[in-house]
Design a protein around this ligand. Structure first.
Ligand SMILES: [Mg+2]
Length: 272
């Protein structure tokens, strides 16, 4: 039954992605067992009740997702098994993209409201995974976060440098370049992924960042410690962090956070 649901979900994913923006080209491989003669329309109909109604421990999956985004649900290891389909639908359907658009629209409105000094010291901090780049092709094959994170297979995927850009973030990125705010890319990826991350970002149209900051191989602190520490160094060097955006609360917590922070949606995993 679970395989049938996954197959159906991937069929829906393929249909939705085919109909979406050409900039969002996520290649989700269909399982070999996917029956070609399965009619897509009845599957969509059958899956529709799952949107928002799947439950874990008596809590609807949409309520669980809201708890995650509001940082009321913390330190979770995997998406609840009963919410795998719900999160999959959310991510590959247009809901994730719509939610991301709201965040970016607000960020751009904020940029438009700024009185910039234009002195070359104004910077904006971007996260990488699920912010500038989307790992949805990877997570679609790993239960949309319902299976435990496997750092080995994720690193292999990241080394391919094939992740698509999240188009909404790229819109903000280009807006900042146009007004003279310098992007700083700050990621929890480690230095051994610098080359593939650089290649991936460039292939997806990101360019002209001021710095790409990755974790040293032997860094053992938390994400908040690493990222706030790097932001402090920027500030100590005279830069003004006018904005900071990421998909994890650990991207935007810890002084100096930046003059304003923006949280993109991510119901697939939690990094503390
Ligand atoms: Mg991230």
């Amino acid at each position: 039954m679970a395989m049938a649901r996954t197959t159906a979900l991937l069929l829906v994913a393929a249909a939705l992605l085919a109909a979406s923006s050409s900039a969002w080209e996520v290649n989700i491989q269909m399982p070999a067992s996917a029956a070609v003669d399965d009619a897509v329309a009845p599957l969509i109909h059958a899956l529709r009740p799952l949107l928002g109604s799947g439950k874990q421990a008596g809590v609807a999956c949409d309520s669980w997702r809201l708890g995650v985004e509001a940082h009321n649900v913390r330190d979770w290891k995997t998406v609840p098994a009963s919410c795998e389909d719900y999160v999959g639908h959310y991510m590959v359907g247009d809901h994730y993209r719509r939610d991301s658009k709201v965040v970016i629209d607000q960020a751009i409105a904020y940029v438009d409201s700024l009185k910039l000094a234009g002195n070359g010291k104004e910077v904006w901090v971007f996260d990488v995974d699920e912010t500038t780049l989307s790992n949805l092709p990877y997570y679609a094959k790993h239960g949309f976060g319902a299976t435990p994170f496997n750092s080995t297979s994720f690193r292999a995927y990241a080394r391919e440098g094939s992740a698509p850009a999240l188009p909404e973030t790229k819109r903000l990125y280009n807006k900042l370049l146009s007004v003279g705010i310098k992007p700083v890319i700050l990621t929890g990826r480690r230095e051994n992924l610098r080359a593939s991350t650089t290649t991936n970002l460039r292939s997806q149209g990101y360019s002209r960042w001021m710095k790409l900051l990755l974790k040293q191989q032997d860094f053992r602190g938390s994400s908040v410690t690493f990222k706030s520490g790097e932001r402090q160094k920027l500030q100590d060097a005279g830069y003004i962090i006018v904005g900071n955006i990421g998909d994890q609360w650990s991207d935007i917590l810890g002084a100096p956070e930046g003059a304003r922070t923006f949280k993109l949606p991510d119901p697939m995993y939690y990094i503390g």
